[in-house]
Design a protein around this ligand. Structure first.
Ligand code: CP
Ligand code: NVA
Length: 307
């Protein structure tokens, strides 16, 4: 049995494979929009393990697997043995003998890595404290749809250097674009935690306006990620000047798009006029989770296909 391919962090896929996936997602999306049946994963089963809340990730994986002809099973910490201390390694052995592909949303990246080491089937990261690779697949696909290739472009990340930020930074290295990051003092990017190769694809700015200047895409995320709720009050104070507003969007290119992985907090990390305004592509971004993850599951199970 050959070792399964996993998608645990963005750099697990090469630039060439990502180019294939974006093109495949375009085809899979067009088929779905035309009501054409596309069942390459008929009789295959996806198991989704959630240790944190989700709307988009659960829905897009579950609907996506059904649309590919397969079925999806939802497990969460509360009502599976995972919440009662069954070792991750044992769970991986068992779950991967009964299914064809697994998606996990959990806390430390180490948990998903341990699971993957003991899994017979591909494992997909549906968000960890460190990374959210499926989100950035959808975000870049959305950028390509609206503005063409991302290579050489500039993304401005305003706010917390969290899982989504780390993933943008990895993507910049793999796909050769630039990220301007501005975080409050004390919340700066940690290169090692972000899993960077160390190439020169990002720059940190003390002033968020400087990060936004000339950007092709401005993006942000919640100030307090899941698992960090105890820091919420402190973060509300620390991040107050890192709100994406109309003035910040004006510093970016005139045709810059705004993205947010959602859920959003209007009046905190972004103003309502920006997220609900003409430059925002957040609903396309959310929808594209579905299409890109269908292309991803097909690729991890079947490799490149050209039907
Ligand atoms: N963006 C995202 O992953 O959303 P959910 O937390 O709703 O899955
Ligand atoms: N950074 C956020 C993303 C939610 C989709 C979190 O981890 O909670």
């Amino acid at each position: 049995m050959s070792a399964p391919r996993h998608f645990l962090q963005f750099k697990d896929l090469s630039g060439d494979e990502l180019d294939y996936l974006f093109e495949r997602a375009r085809i899979v999306k067009a088929r779905f929009k035309s009501y054409l049946r596309h069942w390459p994963l008929q009789d295959r089963t996806l198991v989704m393990i959630f240790e944190k809340a989700s709307t988009r990730t659960r829905l897009s994986f579950e609907a996506g697997m059904q649309q590919l002809g397969g079925s999806a099973i939802y497990l969460n910490t509360r009502d599976s043995q995972l919440g009662r201390g069954e070792p991750v390694e044992d769970a991986a052995q068992v779950i991967s003998r009964m299914s064809d592909i697994v998606m996990i949303r959990t806390f430390e990246q180490g948990i998903i890595e341990r699971f993957a080491r003991h899994s017979r089937v591909p494992v997909i990261n549906g968000l960890t404290n460190e990374y959210h690779p499926c989100q950035i697949l959808a975000d870049i696909f959305t950028f390509i749809e609206h503005r063409g290739p991302i290579r050489g472009k500039t993304v401005a990340w305003i706010g917390d250097s969290n899982n989504v930020c780390n993933t943008w930074l990895q993507a910049a290295e793999v796909l050769d674009f630039n990220v301007h990051v501005s975080t409050p003092p004390g919340y700066e990017v940690e290169g090692e935690r972000a899993g960077l190769y160390g190439t020169d694809h990002f720059e940190q700015f003390a002033d968020p306006m400087d990060a936004a200047r000339g950007a092709d895409l401005v993006t942000t995320d919640v100030w307090t990620s899941m698992g960090f709720e105890a820091e919420n009050e402190e973060r509300l104070r620390d991040f107050a000047d890192w709100q994406v507003d109309a003035e910040m969007m004006r510093a970016a290119k005139t045709d810059a798009v705004f993205m947010h992985c959602l859920p959003a907090h209007r009046g905190e990390e972004v103003t309502a006029d920006v997220i609900d305004g003409p430059q925002s592509v957040v609903w396309d971004e959310a929808e594209n989770r579905l299409h890109t993850q269908k292309a991803l599951m097909e690729f991890l199970l079947l490799g490149r296909v050209n039907d």
